[in-house]
Design a protein around this ligand. Sequence first.
Ligand code: NAD
Length: 444
Amino acid sequence: SRAPRFHLNTYQTRDPRFNLNPYRTRDPWIHLKSYQDSSTTHIWFESVLSEIQITLNDLYFAIENLRTWMQPEYNIGKNLATRMDECFIRREPLGVVLIIGAWNYPLHLILLPLVAAIAAGNCVILKPSEICQATEQLLAELIPKYLSQDCYAVLCGGAEETKSLLKNRFDHIFYTGSQAVARSILLAAAPHLTPVTLELGGKSPCFIYGRIDIQKAARRLCWSKFFNTGQSCVAPDYVLCTVETRDALLPAIQETLLSFYGSDPGEGPDMGRIVTLRHWRRLVDMLRKSKGKVVIGGDSREEDKYIAPTVLVDVPEADSLMQEEIFGPILPILTIESLEEGIDYINRQEKPLALYVFSDESSVVSTVLNNTSSGGFCGNDGIVHMALPGLPFGGVGASGMGSYHGRWGFETFSHRRSCMNRSWLLEMVNVLRYPPYSEYNLGW
Ligand code: NAD
C-alpha cells in the first residue's frame, strides 16, 4: 500500500540501481542513459525500457490500484422489484491460466500478463518463447525461486511442447504471437470451451498528412519503426502520404538516421540485430523479391544478422512487403492522393493492431480516427500508447481479441460474478409473480 505512483513519464522504481529519487529523476531518457555502462550497446537501453521498465510500471500500477479493482461493484441500476436487494459484481479468479509468449519482448510479454493473472488470483503456467533461450532459462530458474511452486510453473519448449501442453484443460489461455499459430490455439481451446485472449500482430499503418513539422515527424517515425530493429508488434509497418510529403520526408528520414545511428548503422552501437538467421532470411528475401525501389539503406550482412534501416518507395500492393507483417527495419512509403484514398486502402485490409496519424491538423487526426478501426490508435507518435497502463492494449479482428495492461489485464483474468442477495421484505410485490397465473389480467 505504500508503493509510489508510477507513470510512463516518470519511470521511478524502488530498485536502488535505478536511483529513483522521484524528485531528482523525472526524465527517463536522461536517467537511463546515465545508468548505461560504457561497455554496453544500445541493446541495454532498449531492453531496459521495453522489457524492465514497462513491466515495473505495470507491476507498481497494479500494486497501487489492486485494492480498488478488487472491490465488489455495488453501483448497479436497480428496478422496483429489486430495490430492497443487495446487487453486486464480484471479481473472482478464473483458475489455472496458461500464458504463451512471443520472442520479440520475451520478458515483458510473459511478465505483464503474469502480473495481471496473479493480481486476479489465478494459478499460472508460463510458456516463454523458445527462440530467446537465455530469457526462457532465466524465467525457468527464477520463477520457482521467488513464487510458490504450487501455483506458478514455467514450461520450456517450442511448438511440439506447447501442443502437448494445450491438450490439458485450462481456465483461460493468454496467447501472444502470430496469426497463423493463433488458429491452432483456438482449435486446441475449443474441446474444453476455454476462453482465449489473442495478442496478435498485423500491418500497422502510419499516415503522415497535411501541415506538419516534417523533421519532428521523421524523428518520431524512425524511433518507433527502428526501435528493437523494427521487431515490435506495434511498429509502424508502412507510411501513407502524398508525393509532396514523401519528397520532404525522405531527406528528413535520412538526416534522422544519421543522427540516431551514424553514417554506418551496422558499425555503431545503437542499431540492433535480427533475432535469428531464419527471421533474417525471411526479411532479406522480402527485400530481394520486392518490386519497390530502395531509397535509403538496403544493406544486409548474414554473419551478424544485420539489416540496415531501409526505406522503399513505389512498392506495389501485391508485393510481399505489403502482404505480410514486415517485423523488421524495412519501411515502405506508399503515396496517396487524398486522405480518403488512404482510409479506403486501410479499410480494405485486415484491422491492424495500431494505427498512427502524424499531422498538425487535428481534423486530419480525427477524420482517420473516426473512419477506421484498429486495436490501438496514436496521433503524432508511434508505439508509446502501449506503455500507459491506463489504456487497454489489444487487437481487434485479425490483430487479436481481448486486452490487458493495468486494470484491463486484471479484468481479463477475472470472472465478473453477478450476485444478488434478495431481501425478505416486500413480499406483496413478489406474490404478483406466483401461480396460479389465471388470477391475473395483464391487459395484453
Ligand atoms: P509464434 O506464433 O511463432 O510463437 C509464439 C508462441 O507460440 C511461442 O511461445 C511458440 O513456442 C508457440 N508456438 C509456435 N508454434 C506453435 C504451434 N504450432 N502450436 C502451439 N504453440 C506454438 O510468434 P512469434 O514469432 O514468437 O511472434 C511474432 C508475432 O507475434 C508477430 O506477428 C507479432 O506481431 C506478434 N506479437 C504480438 C504482440 C501483441 O502484444 N499483440 C506482441 C508481440 C508479438
